[in-house]
Design a protein. Structure first.
Length: 144
């Protein structure tokens, strides 16, 4: 482990290029570049014929792409899945009554929330200047 020349502390990380505590370099710039080059050369495979270094590109499978798309679509379709799951659970004859009541309460909450969003949308559609009026009130309250 290396000792920092600036703060005098010993770095807890073996082979670190910079001090863990103050961030000053532990080695001179040339030795840092040499160690970085050694690491990249170890990771690359030289081609025997030309002597060039060939680096492998990361492989992306169809499953990785499908997984990323599913993660991106959760905010879009996740609420539909939740509502469908709650409806199926409410209709399940094997579910205990106390759990059915919880499911029905969650469905009622979602229905009331949807009605509230619809009412707010209708109000905002009929009052297009609503936000500009609110901003004028805000500016008048907090103006210098």
């Amino acid at each position: 482990m290396d000792e920092c020349k600036v703060c005098g502390r010993t770095s807890p990380i073996e082979g670190a290029n910079f001090c863990y505590y103050c961030g000053s370099p532990l080695r001179d710039r040339t030795s840092v570049i040499e160690t970085d080059n050694a690491r990249t050369e170890d990771a690359a495979e030289p081609v025997e014929e030309t002597g060039e270094i060939r680096r492998e590109t990361p492989k992306v499978s169809r499953w990785k792409v499908a997984g990323i798309l599913c993660l991106l679509l959760i905010p879009v379709y996740g609420w539909l899945f939740l509502i469908g799951w709650l409806i199926v659970s409410a209709c399940n004859p094997n579910l205990p009554e106390d759990r059915k009541e919880v499911v029905k309460g969650a469905l009622l909450f979602i229905a009331l929330l949807a009605v509230l969003v619809i009412i707010a949308g209708i109000y905002l559609a009929n009052n297009p200047d609503y936000f500009s009026e609110v901003m004028k009130q805000y500016e008048s309250m907090y103006a210098k």
